[in-house]
Write a protein that binds this ligand. Sequence first.
Ligand code: IFM
Length: 730
Amino acid sequence: MQHYEKRQWQIREYPFRPYALPHTETIYTIGNGLVGVRGSFEEGYPEDNPATLVAGIFNHKEGELVPDLVSMPNWLTLRIQVNDELFRLDRGKILGYERVLDLRTGTHWRGVLWLSPKRDILRLAFERFASLDNPHILAIRVLVQVLNEGEHHIKVYSALDNTVTNPNNIDHWGDIALSSDSDQLFFIGQTDQSVYRVAMQARTAVDGRDVRWEDSSERRIAAHTTAFTLQQNEKITITKYVALHTSRDSDDPPAACAETLSTAVRTGYDALKAAHDSAWAHYWDAADIQIECDELAQRALRFCTYHVLVAVPTHEDRVSIGAKTLSGFGYKGHVFWDTELFMVPPLTLTMPHLARNLLMYRYHNLPGARAKAAEAGYQGAMYPWESTDTGEETTPRWVYDAQNDKHIRIWTGDNEQHISSDIAYAVLQFWDWTGDDDWFARYGAEIVLDTAVFWASRVEYNEVAGRYELRTQIGPDEYHDNIDNSVFTNRLIVWHLQHAEKVWQWLLAQRPQDAVRLADALGIDEALPDRWRDIAARMWIPYSEEGGGVLEQFEGFFERLQPVNLEDYTPRTVNLDWLYGHDRIQSMRVIKQADVVMLMALLGDELGDEAFLNRNWEVYSRIVDHGSSLSPAIHAWVAARLGRIEEAYEHFIYSATIDLEDNKGNVRDGIHAASCGGVWQAVVFGFCGLHLTPEGPRIDPKLPSHWRSVRFKVIYQGKPYEFVIKGQGE
Ligand code: IFM
């Protein structure tokens, strides 16, 4: 591979930027859907934030508002001393430093040339990966070499360090046991509320030497130490193999770990790495988009795709992807609509079996959604706005606003109800694009129908106006709480109920046994499909004469809210709700994120003709704060469809680099995963104009003028398609 081609697969840090560590720890995260490992250093660094997170391992600590993803023992810990000087980047002198996240193979690599305080010249090269071939295996290999004259004493300390906790020193463990036995390290722990059992077992080896390991364990650290000598320029490698199992995947996690570890050691690092690389090659063969003549866009797009791929579960279908993946503690690992509308569509078209896993998470969590509906006095299934492993609503009800020193009530868990239709949309899209009738009849239909049952019990009939309405909602724009008749929600309900009715007819005709089963289970009588049709026909879709005639984001949006000229607030890095506070923003006509524009992305020209869509764009794209990272990629997608290519490209590059450049200043908390999925969609549906029609996929490209070509693959109705779209770039 040519050097410039390689660069488009690599995120590179050169030289070391200590102040950027919280950011780089997130963006250099490796993972395999089961485990996410932040890009912290093996030897540690002052105030670093190492974290290894495992999909589905949540715990609700007593006294905390909501459950949290649990921080695992830090398995990266590997410290090297040369002639009694401990290597760390804040000591001695850095003579050379380079770090690479190789997106192509999901590998974290770091090379360092270091002058110790005693003036020994130490060369180190670290490589680590979380096996995609066997997600229970993690591994590190370090090359050690001393370049100056003499015989050098090297000491190696390797640990499973359980002193790392969740933010605010929250320790989720109940019983724990840590120990070391010769070259092996052991951790067994049980979370104190959710009672998940987790085991980790590690083996550290100095390759080619038969070294003796001494136990260096402490109360919360399993550790061992060894020492050996190196001659000038002599090279040696240290390999650390780690196995991780939990009671989610095994009845006996310690025994499973022992077996996995012995397989890993027997297989050896090189073969494990080769299997891992080849699993990544399959991922990229399916999901890569190649852009010619735009190195920045190419690398950033691959970075975004990579972060969806490292987070998507392959091993089970009862977990989903959190808003910040497994790369940080933001939103405590909770799952939002981000998954279904931003990440599932790219996966449905490239690796449908993984999209199906994610949708199954919602299927398995139907009981939680039913309980939520029942508790609020409705029928059917009302999905939680935020959820974890249990499917219950886990949105915190309060948040502390430090700026104004007060607690703010968070209403999204009560009233951001559009998520139920968002999930139904993703399920129907999956069915349409895969043609998987068996899956749909067995699982997907139940989601679509039971959420339709919910809406039929939830909407309100306004006798005076002769229409259905929906009060006290929060649309995608979260700057406005508890508004009435969110056009996004109402219009999506119409779409949802129209499809629910069709699904019902399809079941009756094609899968009568499933129809009987679902009629019994969900209480669908003969009258209900008619009611869905009636609601869909008479649901109020707020409309305003503003700007020549547009959808009205919610009732009173133009009448009640004070106009704001966002151009007056440029340049600006803070969001307007931060500037004005939660209460003030409620009465301002500035919106947090794509709302009507989001609807335009989802329903396209079902909403109206080109002139109507352009009028909506003109009104809403001028008042959006992009206060959520979900927003810019959707604007890129919609602008591209409207042929506004320069605007589209600006939004696209901003969203594609949102994490790389830390555009929102909060990447330390984790990757903006929805934006990553949105970026893929902005290219495929926006610039390339992919339409999935009953006659097959077709494209209607509107590429940025400097792109020479775009190439991507999709699987539609079980058939593979490859597109190569030529642009005008040179
Ligand atoms: O789901 C989003 C929401 O739309 C805006 N606030 C952040 C959430 C998690 O990403």
